[in-house]
Every structure is written in C-alpha cells, then in structure tokens.
Design a protein around this ligand. Sequence first.
Ligand code: NAD
Length: 301
Amino acid sequence: MTAQLLDGRALAGRIEESLRAEVETFAGMFRRRPRLVVVLVGDMAASGSYVKSKAAAAERVGIDAEVIRVPAETDTAALVALVRGIARDAHGPADGILVQLPLPKHVDTVAVLDAVPPDRDVDGFHPENAGLLSQGRPRFIPCTAAGVQRMLIDADVPTAGRHAVIVGRSDIVGKPLALLLASKSPTIGGLRGQGGDATVTLCHSRSENLADHTRRADILVAAVGRPNLITADMVKPGAVVIDVGINRIEQDGKSRLVGDVDFEAVREVAGWISPVPGGVGPLTVVMLLANTLLAAELRGK
Ligand code: NAD
C-alpha cells in the first residue's frame, strides 16, 4: 500500500483564500491593512529565502510586509533597540513583529526575542504566549506546530485517544506541538475536539531506543533536522507520518531539500505522509499570516 499524500501546498492555498477574504473585511472595517515587520540579520541564504516566501505570501493575502535587513555584525543591544523601536511603530504600524532565526552566534537570541511585545509576537515564542498555550488558552501558536495540527484536522485524522509520537523537543516545533496535540478538546477553525486529546510521547536526542517509541505511533512527527532519521522499519503500518525536517543535501552533484523521513521507503508503510518540500513548510508560512491578522484584530484601530 502506498501512503496518501498530505499536500501542504494545496491546503495552504485554500487557507490563503479564506485569509484573503478576512483581510479584506479587516481592511474595510479599519481602513488599513494588517502589517508585518520582519527583521533579517545577515545574509544566510536559507533565512533570506524563508523571509522572501513569507513576504510574498503576505502580499498574496493583502497583508503589508516590510523586511528590515541589518548586517550580521549587529550586536544584541542594537537588535533589542531595533525591535523596541519597531514595537513603538517607528517603522510604521507593526501588528506583527518577527525576528528571523537563527541569529548569528554572537547574538543573545532570547534577549532579542523577549523584546518583541507578546501582543505582536506572531511567531508565538514569547514566554507569555508559550505560557498561554501550556494553559490551554492559546493566543499566538508557533506557526509550524499550528500547521502540523491543521494538516491532521484537514485530512480528518482522528487524534483523540491516539498515540502521537513527536521526535524533537524544540521550543519552536516539538514542545508546542506536544501541548497542542495533548490539549483537551481544542476548538480550531470552529471545529471542536479535533486535533487534540492525543496521548503524546515526546522524544529527543537522549531518548533510548527511538524506534521502540516511533513504532508505537499512530501519528509520527519528525522534527529533528537529520536526513533519513526515520526509516521504514521505525513506522507502524498505516501510521500518519508528518515530516517537519528541512535538510539540504548534495545528491548526484545537485543540491536538494529533504526531510527527516526516508520518504520513498516510508511511503510504502505509512497510511499518510507529508512530503518535503510541499508539506509542512507552506503551512508554517500561512499560519504566520493567520497570526498577523489575529494580531491586527486584537489591536484594532
Ligand atoms: P532544533 O535543532 O532546535 O531541535 C532539534 C531537536 O531534535 C532537539 O530537540 C533534539 O533533542 C532532537 N534530536 C536531535 N538528534 C536526535 C536524534 N538522533 N534522535 C531524536 N531526537 C533528536 O530544531 P528545530 O528548530 O525544532 O527544527 C527541527 C527541524 O525542522 C529542522 O530540520 C528545521 O529546519 C525544520 N523546521 C522546519 C520548519 C518548517 O516550516 N517545515 C519550521 C521549523 C523548523
């Protein structure tokens, strides 16, 4: 049996369409468009291309996006000052503020992220937003985690009572996703009780016998950043496999993107599988737009 494809690109397109209509309603009501300000530090190619696709998607749904580029040498104090300035609307109204990660090694990332006011924190990384999520009353949910949950809901994958195994415990992906999938009867997009109530196992670099955990998963999410970490023998037949990983590899003299899952082999075992690219990536972007619109709505005016 070959797994059905979880087509993140198609789903993101559908979500974009409904967001475009919601943005129009907002613009009609408040005589302005929601606005996202992105800080891009240095010239790392991957970060630059993520920022470009975020700005392009914002434009497609009618959200204004401004990218502020600063040199890689910029220090922590200057970045904190820049973010505080943006938060005072010194660069125009900023409903959402996003600092593209990773920051250069000499920068204190936590200090910079903490400078983003929680009510404009569209990445959902501020401790206040992380706390609200952990208490089951989320405001801004980290975009990738929200995208994975949305993917499961859209494919009608039942989560209640199912065993979800997440590999990777980062604050950005694994940890918030564990909270989301374990949350009690969440209401997402007006649908009550979907995308939550799972029994969650959170695996990480110190987990012993990783395959023993993954083989028990009805829903398996890989969010590590290691090509081919998840092989076919680690997957229960019929399981839903979601690949968050993004890795650039050289193959046959060409550079290409792959996830953490051995896609060709695992698709013969799994019931559903998300590809890389075209899986979780586009959903991450569209969830950022949803968070930006939410930030604008919360701010009003
Ligand atoms: P991270 O480096 O912060 O975290 C990696 C996690 O993997 C850690 O919790 C670590 O404990 C765990 N880990 C490392 N080696 C392991 C092993 N051998 N077995 C089990 N667990 C192991 O990374 P992150 O920011 O969470 O990102 C993870 C991956 O997802 C990366 O490839 C990143 O590029 C990708 N990503 C994709 C999107 C998207 O939109 N698709 C968004 C964010 C991150």
